[in-house]
Design a protein around this ligand. Sequence first.
Ligand SMILES: NC(=O)C1=CN([C@@H]2O[C@H](COP(=O)(O)OP(=O)(O)OC[C@H]3O[C@@H](n4cnc5c(N)ncnc54)[C@H](O)[C@@H]3O)[C@@H](O)[C@H]2O)C=CC1
Ligand SMILES: O=C([O-])CC(=O)C(=O)O
Length: 342
Amino acid sequence: MFSRTLKPAASVTFQNGFKNFSTSSQNNFKVVVAGAAGGIGQPLGLLLKQNKLVTNLALYDIAPVTPGVAADLSHMDTPARVSGHKGPEQLADAIKCADVVVIPAGVPRKPGMTRDDLFNTNASIVRDLAACIAAKAPKALIAIITNPVNSMVPIASEVLKKAGVYDPNRVFGVTTLDVVRAAAFIGEINGVDPGCVSIPVIGGHSGVTIIPVLSQCEPAVKLSDQSKIEALTKRIQEAGTEVVKAKAGGGSATLSMAYAGARLVCSLLRGLNGESNVIECAYVKSDLTEATYFANPLLLGKNGLEKNLGFGNLNGYEQGLLKAAIPELLKNIKTGEDFAKK
Ligand SMILES: NC(=O)C1=CN([C@@H]2O[C@H](COP(=O)(O)OP(=O)(O)OC[C@H]3O[C@@H](n4cnc5c(N)ncnc54)[C@H](O)[C@@H]3O)[C@@H](O)[C@H]2O)C=CC1
Ligand SMILES: O=C([O-])CC(=O)C(=O)O
């Protein structure tokens, strides 16, 4: 559907379509949504049920409505077979033989909270899900939506390490919404279809760790004034809070997140399916900076992360953003690792 070029970090095609699948598709992937009954989980299930690469869609949640969500989606006339799994005793069945597990399980923010305020509740949820994935589907690609993403990815990674099945190429923190938002805002500024905007967003997924690399945007952002570039950067960094405030206690972004999550899962499946030049930004184990996890454009393939494409040249302003992000990322990563090692 969309075709993008990401430069200078990569000069390959960047695609986010849900429907443009190669005719040689393997078409038999099992995708698990853990947290499937929630604000993100339900529309994410709706989008994944329409993905022709998904033949088996397993919906897991602890909420009583879970079998109902599965029954509801199963009436759609698309090929994916839907199963519902409610509660920890049905988790192993949901996870077994998964190709991709996407995790939106956990509590969202209310106004006045930071993503870090969610850590205490969400850390054990992600730890326990990761432990089950390690046992039942150790080769699955894991896409973590749950906040704080910057700490949840290190937790899942440590759990997989302890179980002896860690593969850094298979664990992704979902930062796709930052990319989607940046493209939406720039599309509006430039007066173009946001689907034609290619913009890498690097770093992590909270406040100052979200670094839109506006100097690499294609087409170029039509803002000449540095103060406007800074205001746009700030808006992208604080876009989650913008939604939290607008929902006034009713949670955080769900629909745009489901859209972004479905895009990443689709790209992971296209990579698994052998398609070439599939590129997405995500937060992964990294040695590009001092931070041991970092988000930037990645080439996806049959084993998950095929090649880390780096982040190319940053201008002076962006270098300053990176400098501000690193201490925060280091702190978030340590919090996650310390929790998992307890
Ligand atoms: N990475 C990103 O860009 C974004 C991340 N988020 C995060 O996604 C998470 C989910 O947000 P919403 O869907 O709005 O929340 P929600 O409260 O609507 O849904 C969460 C779901 O998780 C389920 N759940 C809780 N504990 C569970 C467990 N142990 N196993 C399985 N399911 C469990 C709940 O029953 C509920 O159905 C939050 O942590 C939020 O901050 C939200 C937006 C963007
Ligand atoms: O802001 C939040 O809490 C949810 C989130 O991560 C986002 O919308 O980017």
